[in-house]
Design a binder for this molecule. Sequence first.
Ligand code: ZN
Length: 155
Amino acid sequence: MTTNALASTIVIDTDKAPQFIDITERVVEHVKSSNVLEGIVVVYSMHTTAAIKINEYEPLLIQDMEDFLSKLASPDAYYRHNDFGIRTVNMGDDEPPNGHAHLQHLLMSTSETIPIANGDLQLGEWQRIFLLELDGTRPRKRRILISVVAYNYSK
Ligand code: ZN
């Protein structure tokens, strides 16, 4: 983890998809160490197949959300992005067949913004911040930026 007062990058290991990883405490720690009293914090995924979403951590609901994502874009459907016989652009050595993950990500968000008041993250009772892995074709390291915009610091 690289840290300065306001911005840091964390790296999260993922190993399946969909995978909801609760990163709320990492964001709370960062906001506390920033000494910002009033402001906002932006939690931002640097990826096109891993999203940031606020929702409730309840295991059965997470299964429901996983089913919902599979219905939106099934991993088993045909995607041109996965058709390596015709695709020529952005091809890596070990290109994953992850068309479904990109389409799911299209409807998710790359970042969430949370207000800070009196030094605390303003999350509702059931709100948790998730890194949402959508591409489970191999274990991955996901880079997440946590960036605080300060209106006012504590003394
Ligand atoms: Zn891709």
